[in-house]
Design a protein around this ligand. Structure first.
Ligand code: C2G
Length: 162
């Protein structure tokens, strides 16, 4: 019988931390099934994503290490999925350490070390900073141009009034 490994995640702005976790989980069994949080579930738990559900699940579905991608619509479906898919191992990153120990009555539960120094939140924060820096740079660059153009604008406006 095939050994099925199951995990869940948002997988927004897919990065090497996600990839490393999925590859390590796959290596623990024969098949890797991945649940991707729906946009509705993310709204419910107050998590905002950059990529929509369809985009996030499409990336997961197309990974070499993933055998099946399913939707995660709520926090209560795990035990059902474990039964339905004959899951042997349920695995998550260790930021979730201890949070799913109740599933131990259904299958083996493991928490793997997270990859340091990368996360969707960090990427989003970095982009925000870049964005702010760019806006202020653009403002600085456009100020002298505005100073040159403004008198012409005023001249044209005066001519139009006549
Ligand atoms: N992860 C990792 N290393 C990182 C970032 C994330 O190993 N640098 C792991 C997380 O520990 C998690 C998985 O990648 O197991 C997916 O992470 P997220 O997309 O942040 O998913 P999350 O919002 O934690 O959703 O009920 C469980 C939730 O659905 C998990």
């Amino acid at each position: 019988m095939k050994k099925v490994v199951l995990t869940y995640g948002t997988f927004d702005l897919f990065h090497t931390g996600h990839l490393s976790l999925l590859n390590r989980l796959k290596a623990l069994g024969d098949e890797l099934f991945v649940g991707v949080t729906t946009d509705e579930f993310n709204v419910f738990r107050g998590k905002q994503t950059i990529f929509c559900f369809e985009d996030r699940i499409q990336i997961i579905r197309n990974l070499k290490c993933v055998d099946l991608a399913i939707s995660m619509q709520n926090g209560e479906q795990k035990a059902n999925d474990i039964r339905r898919y004959g899951v042997s191992i349920f695995g998550m990153g260790n930021d979730w350490e201890g949070r799913f120990d109740d599933l131990r009555s259904h299958c083996e539960v493991i928490y793997l070390p997270r990859t340091e120094n990368i996360s969707s939140t960090k990427i989003k924060k970095l982009l925000e900073v870049l964005n702010r820096t760019h806006i202020s740079d653009l403002r600085k660059a456009s100020d002298p141009i505005t100073a040159i153009v403004e008198p012409f604008d005023e001249q044209i406006a005066r001519k139009d009034d006549r």
